[in-house]
Ligand binder design. Structure first.
Ligand SMILES: C[S@@+](CC[C@H](N)C(=O)[O-])C[C@H]1O[C@@H](n2cnc3c(N)ncnc32)[C@H](O)[C@@H]1O
Length: 172
C-alpha cells in the first residue's frame, strides 16, 4: 500500500482547494495562450489521484495512478472517465495516443522522473502540462530534464507549484 493509499480518505480535504486553485490558473493560462482543449480531444492525466485534476476538462479523459484507493474514489465520483492503475514510468499506451498529457503536482513523487517524462513524451501527440512542487530538492534537475525533452512554451510559478506548458521537441 502506498502513502497515497493510506491518506486516500482525507486526500481531497487535505489538498482539494489547493489543486482546484491550480486548475483554475492553468485554465486561465490556456486561454491566454489560445491552447484550446476540444471536446473530441483525448487527455491523459498521469498521477490522477482522486481525479481532481482529471475531471475539470471537457474532452475524452483517462486517468492513471498506482494508488488503488485513490482510484476507487475517482471511479465512484466520475464513472464516465476511464481510470487505470499504473505508473508514469511505464505507460501502457502506444506512441502518440493522447492529444494532451497532464501531470499535476506529481513529478516529485515518481521513482524515476526522467523515465516518466520520456513516457509522457512518447505517448503524447504534442501538448503537455506538467507541474511539480517548487520546494522539491530536485527542482533544478526537473527543469533541466524538462528543457532536455520538451520545448517550454510557458512557465507559471504559483504558491506551491512550478507549472510548465510544453510542446514536443525534435530532440530525443
Ligand atoms: C500530490 S498527488 C497529485 C494527484 C493529482 N494529480 C492531484 O493533483 O490531485 C501525487 C500522486 O502521484 C501518484 N504517484 C506516485 N508515484 C507514482 C508513479 N510512479 N507513477 C504515477 N503516479 C504516481 C500518487 O499516487 C498520487 O496520486
Amino acid at each position: 500500500m502506498t502513502y497515497y493509499d493510506e491518506i486516500a480518505e482525507g486526500y481531497e480535504e487535505l489538498h482539494g482547494e489547493e489543486q482546484q486553485r491550480k486548475i483554475k490558473l492553468i485554465k486561465a493560462e490556456l486561454k491566454k495562450m489560445h491552447w484550446n482543449i476540444k471536446k473530441e480531444d483525448t487527455l491523459l492525466d498521469v498521477a490522477c489521484g482522486t481525479g481532481l485534476t482529471t475531471a475539470p476538462w471537457q474532452c475524452k479523459r483517462t486517468g492513471i495512478d498506482p494508488a488503488k484507493k485513490l482510484l476507487e474514489k475517482a471511479k465512484k465520483k466520475y464513472p464516465e472517465i476511464v481510470w487505470m492503475q499504473g505508473v508514469a514510468e511505464q505507460l501502457s499506451f502506444p506512441d502518440t495516443s493522447f492529444d494532451w498529457i497532464i501531470s499535476i503536482t506529481a513529478l516529485q513523487n515518481f521513482d524515476d522522473p526522467e523515465k516518466a517524462l520520456l513516457e509522457m513524451k512518447r505517448t503524447g501527440k504534442g501538448k503537455f502540462i506538467i507541474s511539480f512542487l517548487k520546494k522539491s530538492d530536485k527542482r533544478e534537475d526537473f527543469i533541466k530534464k524538462i528543457k532536455k525533452y520538451f520545448v517550454i512554451v510557458n512557465k507559471v510559478e504559483e504558491d506551491k507549484d512550478l507549472i510548465f506548458f510544453l510542446k514536443k521537441s525534435n530532440l530525443k
